[in-house]
Write a protein that binds this ligand. Structure first.
Ligand SMILES: Cc1cc2nc3c(=O)[nH]c(=O)nc-3n(C[C@H](O)[C@H](O)[C@H](O)COP(=O)(O)OP(=O)(O)OC[C@H]3O[C@@H](n4cnc5c(N)ncnc54)[C@H](O)[C@@H]3O)c2cc1C
Length: 383
């Protein structure tokens, strides 16, 4: 008999959700992470109502909002001018990943997952893994939830992501809220980077400012970040930015092999328009865990991938539509038309917000945007 039914590698939102769900349903689960918690993760920390809904479903309780900032208004900017301030939007919660991920990790341990955090992995195989200290664990099923640089994805496919299609973000955490001349506005700036955007997210004790987008068309992301900081009235030389990749719409159609499956960033599950990844990480972790539980119940761990793929069908469909829609939102030749449509059409703005807040999915947004664009754009887009 194996030491564990399931080993989950990575204890971020995807891994903690997977471990909590599987342990809660009776599986013997090991939760492995190279970091010791609490640990930070470069991220805007925007926690949507979609995240909140998945959190409730997976962890069986309401998300504690006392450490978050909740906003009901957002400003959209484009090249230095304000496109729109939208008020009375569905709530957006701004969290710190240090706290959020620690909470998720503790939930997984409380559910019964065994803690193997703070240990580096030396080797992986289909049914086992060993740590650098020589300790080896055996398992029936492996869930790779180890982020965008996933060693599980590398083990399966030779590389964690495609450098041509991956995204990249730079961020700073500004400790003095008063330094932000945006007066603490929750703000998104289209055009701050090619095929991406800039953001300024107010937190309880700081402001997270960043730019991000596809990496290939932005070899000069640092320059974009400097310009964005200057546009916000900040001195780029006075701050130090940090960077991190994100799989910006580059999801894996086959997220695993037989008894090894991937979840979250390791499976490429980040929204290619909004950059939202926390919700999809938690949900795909739960789906991976349920697929593993079903495969174990059927006595067929090798069927985990087939089940996982079925479970991810709706998420993949949404991401595919989002990737198509991204061409008119971000492509430099259409961006002016899109921002004009965005400025003019309250329906598109409200739908975009409902999408961001997790109340709406992409098929409805796509229909609304297409109906309001000039015909020549729609035709070009369909070709
Ligand atoms: C700049 C930026 C801003 C973003 N802003 C937002 C936002 O505002 N809202 C939002 O929803 N999403 C945002 N995202 C996306 C979001 O951060 C990710 O989608 C999310 O963190 C994915 O969760 P995960 O659990 O899959 O991976 P991660 O959160 O990356 O967790 C992976 C875990 O695996 C561990 N690990 C990695 N390698 C190994 C290894 N070799 N061995 C053991 N453990 C390992 C890590 O220590 C980590 O704990 C942003 C991303 C970036 C880069």
């Amino acid at each position: 008999m194996s030491d564990f039914d399931i080993i989950v590698i990575g204890a971020g939102p995807a891994g903690s959700a997977a471990a909590a769900w599987a342990a809660k349903h009776g599986a013997r689960v090991a939760l492995v992470d190279k970091a010791t918690f609490p640990r930070n993760k470069l991220c805007g920390g925007l926690f949507t109502e979609r995240s909140r809904r998945y959190y409730r479903e997976i962890f069986g309780q309401d998300f504690d909002l006392t450490q978050a900032v909740t906003r009901h208004d957002i400003a959209f900017w484009h090249e230095g001018s304000e496109l729109a301030v939208i008020r009375d939007i569905p709530p957006l919660h701004l969290t710190m990943r240090l706290d959020l991920d620690d909470t998720l990790f503790r939930h997984a341990l409380d559910a019964g997952a065994v803690d193997f955090s703070g240990r580096s992995i030396a080797q992986l195989s289909e049914n086992s893994m060993s740590f650098k200290n020589g300790e080896t664990l055996t398992t029936d099923i492996l869930i790779g939830a180890d982020g965008v640089n996933s060693i599980v994805a590398k083990h399966l496919f030779g590389a964690a992501f495609d450098t041509e299609t991956v995204g990249f973000g730079l961020e700073i955490e500004l400790s003095e809220v008063t330094q932000n001349p945006g007066k603490n506005q929750l703000r998104i700036d289209f055009g701050a980077a090619s095929w991406g955007y800039g953001w300024s997210f107010p937190k309880q004790h700081s402001t997270t400012i960043g730019v991000g987008g596809l990496r290939a068309p932005n070899p000069n992301m640092k320059t974009h970040m400097r310009h964005y900081l200057e546009a916000l009235g900040l001195d780029p030389d006075a701050v130090k930015f940090k960077g991190h990749h994100l799989p910006f719409g580059d999801f894996r159609k086959t997220p695993g092999r037989a008894n090894i499956v991937l979840a979250g960033d390791a499976a490429g599950l980040v929204d290619p328009i909004t950059g939202e990844g926390i919700a999809f990480a938690m949900k795909s972790g739960q789906i991976a865990a349920q697929s593993a539980l079903d495969a174990l119940a059927a006595g067929a761990p090798e069927t985990t991938l087939t089940r996982h793929k079925m479970g991810l069908r709706d998420m993949h469909k949404n991401l595919r539509i989002a990737c198509t829609l991204r061409r008119i939102i971000f492509a430099p030749r259409w961006q002016k038309t899109f921002t004009e449509t965005f400025r003019r059409s309250k329906t598109v703005r409200v739908m975009y917000m409902r999408l961001l807040a997790g109340e709406l999915e992409y098929p409805q947004l796509a229909r609304a945007v297409l109906a309001r664009l000039p015909r020549y754009v729609v035709n070009a887009f369909r070709r």
